[in-house]
Ligand binder design. Sequence first.
Ligand code: SAM
Length: 303
Amino acid sequence: MVKLTRGKGEGGRGKGEARKGKREGGRGKNNLGRRKAEGRRGNPRKRFGQHFLEPVWVAKLIDVIKPAGNETFLEIGPGRGALTRPLAARAGRVVAVEIDRDLAAALVREQIANLRVLESDVLELDLESALRDEQQPVRVAGNLPYNVSSPILFALLKSAAGGRFFSDATLMLQKEVADRLVATPGGKEYGALAIQVALSADVEHLLTLPPGAFRPPPQVTSAVVRLRFRPRAVDVGDPRVFERIVRGIFLQRRKTVANALRPVADALGHSAAQLLERAGVDGRLRPEALTLADIAGLSRAVL
Ligand code: SAM
């Protein structure tokens, strides 16, 4: 087994979804004792979002992934190997990244010939270097720890290289997050996540799972989505500007676009009115009415 960065320690988490994900463990003052007890008994570690998939659902997930013998998979969070074993049995190779050293070590002990286990926090890992020697594009699969699912999504989007590095990702998410991923303009779920993803991937919802599909059951409904990575759908000019505009306007989603855009436009040294005019976007709209093309137009207008 390759042991990679341990990051900020076992509890090191991303922000954002972290506080919302109800599959996440609390961090109360008895955590140290609880951690030791969890480790000793091999109990699920709540702080790692461990909810293990039941066999009947593993089969359904493998069915929708359809691994083939010539493919390489990155599995995020293999846990006790429920998905890892059938993936390795069907795929050419599997690289599995697991933060929990006990679970990573147990998988290594199984000596599965086409499985490479990396003991690491996937968010601390340089995915491009870790997978450099693997055949690309790599497919991604994972029953994700919900507390860090959004940062993981963004890391995958960042490395996908228009489908050349990662071709697709089949991911288990909290249903609420999956709904935000597949949302289209006009709805209340539509926002920064849907736009960032729509720029570089086609997304489809594949399965909905009740809490009972996992041991221990989480408090939320889950969903499996597939992202098919591809080159950007539109020219956004400078992607960092695009990202700032997306985040900026959806921070103030109850305002009109003209008002929501003002702080970020100011910070970029432009007036909101000027950007709206150049992009041909009606400033009286609400942010959720804007299409990907509208926001790309605002971003290009900054150049
Ligand atoms: N794949 C297994 C299954 O379906 O039964 C386990 C899924 S469980 C929801 C999430 C897994 O991700 C756990 O094994 C957990 O230890 C691991 N994990 C949590 N945070 C991680 C991180 N930042 N990097 C890598 N693995 C992580």
